[in-house]
Design a protein around this ligand. Structure first.
Ligand SMILES: NC(=O)c1ccc[n+]([C@@H]2O[C@H](COP(=O)([O-])OP(=O)(O)OC[C@H]3O[C@@H](n4cnc5c(N)ncnc54)[C@H](O)[C@@H]3O)[C@@H](O)[C@H]2O)c1
Length: 334
């Protein structure tokens, strides 16, 4: 099966491209390289351009009439930047996605898999969230994701388009062959920060928020190995029509996580075990907008996709550490 993969030069996109290939499918990558590195495209079919470029979309489909589904991952993804530059986020994540969906429908490519986020969920007692739980997107970035979910539901009602929305929890780790991984120089997420502190690239790892209402006072997340996440996309494109038939709808939402919540202190303990020595830690108050967090109820992923996470948090930590050793070779910077 041929799959149009927007954002295929990015962190999750490049690893999803590999998972598609390993399952016998062919990704066709559309990426503007606004953030993803050229090196992650490797020798795949690649169109450098914007998702809202309708002429380019027509060219892609003319050259690959056998594309049967689209995975739309291309987006701007940096939460603080979205607070500072909301116009850029609404333009790129909302307005451009709308153009893409309209053109795909016109071109007779109605199957869309959309990358959404667990950052949409409102805080819930017990921390386990199902797809039906209340949402409270806390940043312009998260609101762009929520808006596009709603756009997809409305388009699915009114047009030929059909949509599966995957709400990712917290992807960590690297490509199993260490060909891609986190590429930003100063990753802001917790495992990236731990790797920097462990390698002496920053003086210490700062736990932001030690008085939150979790079992040890620190934030809780559902860390899913990016390779497991990539495999979930393969299942979703392979079963696209069956999934929507099973829910008797033209669109649906599926959580993609492990089903386990891990606190920052627990993550640090696992990291130190895998790394083999202690990491210098400092503690600080929560940053504005920090939330205690959530973990996924994964019943729908199991029943609709026959998918569950197989890799452990230790697998993800060791792959992130190995990638940190390797990335200079692939990206040209540490
Ligand atoms: N990384 C996470 O923790 C996380 C969590 C939940 C959801 N997501 C979603 O998953 C998707 C992939 O995230 P990622 O971490 O791989 O990000 P990434 O920044 O590595 O990848 C996004 C890719 O999209 C490309 N892109 C951006 N705007 C484009 C445009 N207008 N046209 C063409 N290409 C464009 C970028 O060049 C980049 O290669 C995003 O939609 C993101 O919102 C990510």
């Amino acid at each position: 099966m041929k799959v149009l993969l927007t954002g295929g030069a990015g962190y999750i996109g490049s690893i999803t491209a590999k998972a598609l290939e390993e399952a016998g499918h062919t990704p066709v990558i559309l990426d503007s390289l606004v953030s993803g590195p050229r090196a992650f495209v490797r020798d795949r079919i690649f169109y450098e351009g914007d998702v809202a470029d309708r002429a380019l979309l027509r060219q892609i489909v003319a050259e690959h009439p056998d594309i049967s589904a689209t995975i739309h991952m291309a987006a701007r993804i940096v939460v603080p930047e979205s607070v500072e530059q909301p116009y850029m986020y609404y333009r790129d994540n909302v307005a451009k996605s709308l153009e893409l969906f309209d053109e795909l429908t016109a071109l007779g490519l109605p199957r869309v898999l959309f990358s959404s986020s667990a950052s949409l969920y409102a805080t819930k007692e017990g921390f386990e969230v199902t797809e039906e739980d209340p949402l409270d997107p806390g940043s312009p970035y998260a609101r762009t994701k929520r808006m596009m979910e709603q756009v997809l539901f409305d388009l699915a009602e009114a047009t030929d388009l059909r949509a599966i929305v995957l709400r990712y929890f917290n992807p960590i780790g690297s490509d199993p062959d260490l060909e891609s991984g986190i590429y930003v120089k100063e990753p802001s997420h917790v495992l990236g920060q731990l790797v920097l502190a462990a390698r002496g690239q920053k003086p210490s790892f700062t736990i932001t928020g030690t008085d939150l209402p979790s079992r040890d006072g620190t934030g809780l997340r559902d860390y899913v190995h990016v390779w497991d996440l990539a495999r979930a996309h393969v299942r979703a494109v392979e079963r696209f029509d069956d999934v929507l038939a099973a829910v008797d709808s033209r669109s649906t939402v599926i959580n993609i996580g492990t089903g386990d919540g891990v606190t920052v202190r627990e993550l640090v303990a696992s990291f130190e075990k895998t790394f083999g020595s202690a990491v210098p830690i400092t503690e600080a108050p929560p940053r504005p907008g920090d939330v205690v967090g959530a973990y996924a109820n994964v019943d729908r992923a199991a029943s609709l996709l026959d998918w569950k996470a197989e890799l452990t948090i230790d697998d993800a930590i060791s792959s992130a550490l190995s990638w940190a050793d390797r990335r200079q070779e692939i990206l040209g910077y540490e």
